[in-house]
Write a protein that binds this ligand. Sequence first.
Ligand code: ARG
Ligand code: ZN
Length: 864
Amino acid sequence: MLDMHAATRTPTPIRREDYRPPDWLVPAISLDFDLDPARTVVRARLEVTRNGAHDRPLVLDGAGQQPLAVRVDGREVNDWRQQDGGLVVPLAGEAHVIETEVEIAPETNTQLMGLYASGGLLCTQCEAEGFRRITFFPDRPDVLATYTVRMTADRETFPVLLANGNRTGAGLLDDGRHWAEWHDPFPKPCYLFALVAGDLQANVGGFTTMSGRQVELAIWVREADLPKTEHAMSALKAAMAWDEQTYGREYDLDLFNIVAVADFNFGAMENKSLNIFNSRYVLADPDTATDADYDAIAAVVAHEYFHNWSGNRVTCRDWFQLSLKEGFTVFRDQGFSADQGSPAVKRIEDVRSLRASQFPEDAGPLAHPIRPESYLEISNFYTATIYNKGAEVIRMMATILGPRSFRAGADHYFMRHDGEAATCEDFVRAMEFGAGVDLSQFRLWYSQAGTPRVAARLTADPGGGRATLNLAQSIPSTPGQPDKQPMVIPLRLRLFAWGSGAAIGEEQLVLLDTPEKTIVFEGVGERPVLSINRGFSAPVIVEADRTAADLAFLSRHDDDPFARYEAMQQLMLDTLIERVSTGEADHGPVVAAVADTLADPALDRAFVGEAVLLPSESFIGDGMLVVDPEAIHAAREALRRDLGRKLESEWRAALADGADAPFALTPEAKGRRRLRGIALGYVAASEAKDGGAIAFRQFERADNMTDRMAGLVTLVNLAADEREAALDIFYNRYSDDALVIDKWFSAQALATRDGTLDEVIALAKHRDFTLANPNRARALIGAFGVNQRIFHAASGRGYAFYADQLLALDRLNPQTAAKLLPPLGRWRRFDEDRAALMRDQLRRIVDTPGVSKDLFEQASKSLE
Ligand code: ARG
Ligand code: ZN
């Protein structure tokens, strides 16, 4: 059953301020699953206790299932009633045993929430509110129970039966069935419950914790995929060691399982000791996974593992506290990845993705604070704001407190709240206590939405030996928050001397906590150049009055790698925006800065790759009052062509660098491949006659997916003859590998050449396209939605096609459909004609009878 929203009945929002502790607690639950894809019987036995003095009945959440039986203390009762899909049971005493029985049909569960079937196996997804689709239960994260789970299933179809905790028993039954029983000693909220049944094989490993506990690690996949699990296994071991060293956190059970499934609504899920993953974040080998895939696998494996403490041992009181576990855990996984490779490149990648997804969210109709005040559907709040801005907020605390105090605060948090369902406020208090600081004003980061802007003006008086920096902050209004108070903005900054390029004094950490602030620098002999928000110390937009010459200077001399990258980006951005608005721009400073960066032997190749990459078309658009997709595309292509031509020999040299070395996954080899891919794009952009041939040769000869994909992506954007050939070769070679075919769809949906719109519309009818698999839907429709030039085709055909797809997807999987809505909601940033066409589609979605609450919330908020 879909969660239908009747267009006439406006759903009521859930508000943070309405939080009340649960009326009934459930210290223990036993579940008995008679598993079958068409008809699974679930028997639940809940031990419930009254929480406080009240006479309210027991209310259990439910969704879509009918109670076949309800027993209280062993006796069948009939004074219960159904309410909003759930169950209301009057109870007289302080403690009772409630038993229910329901039937569910995993194979018809297209929402992929609760118990569902995927590629022949049965698995669960319960966060946020999927458990209520399995059995009747108080489905809220502050009700913590110990779980005992018995599963019975056909032995041949489902030889492996897994649940949380340890296996406590197993046996054969006649009639070809078998059973297993699992027990998890750690009380947990039901969103962390999981089971898996299927024909799976495990890559088994081991880890000895710092106190000597032997932990068995198992990564479960289909037999054919076993060779692709090594990278995930070594990432898991590295993550376990890192959390011990960095946070003093040790694993707490004897078993840790990961299962890969093909149909999954997001990345992965941290169920206690039974993590379930989207297979794209588990499976890798050089022939099918790019370097970016390898990195993402390590990051997600670490993220889910780190949740064992930041999420499971200490969980969330209610879903408004989601960033408590997600922001902190993203911060932790970012730290892990930084330590595994290049911290500078990792920081650049994280900031790029923050700017690509979170900044637009914070500037649009769906803006919300990292701790929201209300929602219609909690699934819509698994956002870049909660995750990525949430991580930036933790990072700012770490920057302000310093590493020792931050660690003391984290230790205190884990100790004080172990076994509890905590709040964001608990976290901030633990930091204050551990570090002995006052974070009162800093708390505004939890309640105020919107990306702050910081204006910076440096005036120098070299004769007098000093310079004055004026800083001013402003926070744009966001939905429901017209007026903002000044925040605490930690800005790492430093001055450099124009003549020598040497630093003037040490780096400073300035806390901008008033609307304006003036900082005076002494001992400034030469003209100073300002390096500000170094390391991206605050998630803000800095508007510093720096000339192209200043930026070019910083791109060569700044000693903070992020600031160096940033100076280059700003120089490129200023140049591109100049060209978009006036039709011309001097490309000279960008070309010279890129040439110098390419020539600097001290820089690692991965960094160089990041630094010479032009800002994306949508990021350029974000810097403009009214986005002109065609002009942006033209300006960016013109600069790409110029860079390609003027630096042709440099790009060709970068292309040859390491091209014949056999595949290795070292940071050096990855850096070279990254730069090679970018160089290939520039050679093609130069319109050199052999561009298509070079790309095709790289595509054909590559011994790894990174190089092959770079060739394909380049060809897809060319009119070259090689284009169709490469697409066919790629498709035929990988036709039975869904994760690679996803790349084939994405590459085409992301092409910015003319004709892409028709191709995408045709691809939606391709025999391999299906909306039922979220990865496939995102590969085509999701990629298309972020392709600025093509999605925003002036005809509006892109918008109409997109809305068609979202509505079709909504009937299967509301959560995944709603996630894709935001591109349609950005109409305020576009010209009137486009804005009207976008609003037409939003209205059409809102007015569709039976549209889900998920999609309705996103679309209706986008119209406001
Ligand atoms: N907790 C999971 C993670 O680690 C994601 C769960 C997403 N749930 C959802 N309803 N979107 O990131
Ligand atoms: Zn998470």
